[in-house]
Design a protein around this ligand. Sequence first.
Ligand code: SAH
Length: 339
Amino acid sequence: MSDQPGRSSRFPLTLDSVVDKKKGATGRSSGKPATTQVTMQTAARNAALSQARQAQQTPVGRAAPLKPVQQGLSQALRPPQPAPVPAVTRAPTPMPPLLSAQPAPKTAVRNVMTVIQTNRSGHASPQASEAVRRAMVARVAKQGVADAGVLAALEAVPRHMFVEPGLAGQAYIDASLPIGHHQTISQPYIVARMIEVLRDNRHGGRLGRVLEIGTGCGYQAAVLSRVAGEVYSIERIKPLHELAKNNLRPLRVANIRLHYGDGMLGLPQVAPFDGIILAAAGLEVPQALLNQMAVGGRLIAPVGERRQVLELIERVSQYDWRRTTLEECHFVPLRPGTM
Ligand code: SAH
């Protein structure tokens, strides 16, 4: 409400510094039934795609006929609309960092099983999970992710702790996996790729404040927390928001703030953001998110319905955005409101 923390506010924010969001917030709907199935992107497919990833960059001037960006321009000039603000939840108490981030090996790890051996309760031994995680990182690097900082972050985050115990054995295969409520944990390659694109900025990879739309189980937020100063993440499904809190708690990540609310509205009370990642696909990038980008900031989002592409939007000035279409991808749909 009135107490809106600005760019200069100290981090972490206090609970009182944000307001509760009312249910049933309005937003754009794709108007289609939920797609619950996320197609796996295979390594071979990604390798082919990464080769073909000569991005077609589309500079967007004020008169360029790109609908989402144009809408961004026209609406950005309007007076700010009062928007419902998602409720905030403090992430776990600040404590020591996750695991030490080691530079990812450039060479592929050979002869390592891609499936972790788990015990009866579904828990993997730390050694087994580290070995398969290194192998996963090597595969992601082979698929074209070159940013050593991202690869190190991927290697530091125990993905098996973000999936239910019965699936822990598959946590390091290159696939999205179900996390309940018809949603999925994103595929490691695409998590790494999106963060790499965000980091390819004019600040030499430095990311201050980052916003993620679609916390899900919290995995991507954990990876982001290794390469960004502050991570805000919004989830619209309450049980998943709770799941992410529970998943992140034992990892003691100090710089993540989880919000329950409609991410299509962004978080105007803590904007602007140096980076914004959407983990769910809409037909276009919500206007509010374009407005909440810092000048020089980058937003990466899957856009489309059955056929989806990753789009990079850069805010080049207060009134100009540039859109670049990257590769094909498969995400769950971006939906308005909360549940
Ligand atoms: N980031 C996750 C992926 C989550 S899947 C990971 O680390 O693997 C995408 C998530 O986006 C789902 O949990 C879905 O509920 C959420 N979502 C979809 N539309 C949303 C919206 N408008 N606001 C917030 N979250 C949304």
